[in-house]
Design a protein around this ligand. Sequence first.
Ligand code: NAD
Length: 501
Amino acid sequence: MSYTRHHFVNGKEQEGTSGRFAPVFNPSLGQQVGKVALASKSEMEDIISESAKAAELWAATSVVKRGRVMQNMVQLMYRDLDKIAESLAHEHGKVFTDAQGEVQRGIDALEFAQGVPHLMKGEYSDNVAGGIDLYSMRKPLGVVGVITPFNFPIMIPGWASVAIACGNAVVLKPSERDPSSPLLFAELWSEAGLPDGVLNVVNGDKEAVDTLCTDPRIKAVSFVGSTPIARHVYSTSTANGKRCQAFGGAKNHMVIMPDADLDQTADALIGAAYGSAGERCMAISVAVVVGDATADALIEKLTPRVVNLKVRNSMDLEAEMGPLVTAEARDRVKGYIDMASSEGATVVVDGRNFKCDIEGFENGFFLGGTLLDNVTSDMTSYKDEIFGPTLQVVRVNTFEEAIALPTNHEYGNGTSIFTRDGDTAREYANRVEVGMVGINVPIPVPLSFYTFGGWKASSFGDINQYGMEGVRFYTKSKTVTSRWPTGIRAGAEFNIPTLNS
Ligand code: NAD
């Protein structure tokens, strides 16, 4: 059965009128299952007008009421967790249990946002000068644009709950590759009591994104996706006077010291490199192993596990890894494996010729896990983000050589170190030029009461996602300095005051 996804505006589905559509696939089947409308500039402009009306009323809604909508939304997300997970697994291809985890991570941001009455509190200084008090307030920005990638179609739109909690209206432009779950998300917000128009979801491509970056009614743009588009969104939005945070691609290194527990390390690497078929911005794609003996021992442990990865349809509950999102994504990753091999890397496990032999899924966009050894930092396949189920092993001799690799890499999203030595771990965490660090934790995604954001080409702009940084991004501060003239403290006077009294 083929379906068409449209937009969600003012609390209900709104049919796209541009006549332009993008195909939607079920990557496990390897088939087109639907299409999604792509908004034109003029559709976007009309929708932004609706959002602007909603923004005024929502900003004036008490912070306690806004917090209650967040609480309702948390409950509804738990209620529909499996339904949303199934929807996103169908269109993204990640396995169902991983999709459940993703929805949970979206709820995590909502749980933070429900504390908005506390989060929006300002400061107050009494009597900063004779009779003068000084205080600050956090005010919403108005209408903000949120543009999200295909790989977390619920978790990353979930980060926008901070924008909503702070009293803004959001125009969400999700990825056109997996549009169904963001629409379910929008429906739930309405059920939770969010007034119409506070969250409008518009499907689209460059035309929609560029409208958000240039329309003067959009006060801030939050973007997550690949680095070239992040750069474009950041430069266009800021050139148009907007606040912008734009998160880009990644190449995350895990350093393995000779004293690491290698069984624990191998477990961690299998999940972090091949989970979600490597299509995570926090996936580990490079293992930097200190010492040849450690590298040989680790590769021996990893090899059979990579060979035996259960690569299956995303709704198979035994599956460890599903397909890639599109045939193009799969072929791109294959191309990088070809490149690595021609650059001199050793292909220890080759996922290029993987064929799914389960009936019905023979045409899925599957790729087996790939393990590459003897990768070096001058290779293009090392420098680029591959974004697939491929782990590259770089061998080094010392800790200093190890820490230099993520530090000097163009990207700086996440990294981790596996060691039993506290001093080495502490030194690594302090010195490495990367935004999020794990110590014996492979994917160090901070919970919502901290903050998320990489460094270097993984992030443009200064302010991170969620946590108090998110509150700062989605609000502007106002300070008030006040002095009151002497009042009538003595109370009512019953006599006519005389001039000389
Ligand atoms: P993408 O850059 O192709 O798309 C992201 C968004 O930009 C989508 O909504 C898309 O419609 C829009 N877009 C695409 N082309 C555009 C163009 N030419 N002009 C304007 N807008 C355009 O990214 P993707 O393939 O959906 O997602 C994968 C990428 O996102 C990877 O590079 C991954 O590392 C990155 N990512 C980063 C983070 C992070 O927090 N740093 C998190 C998740 C994903």
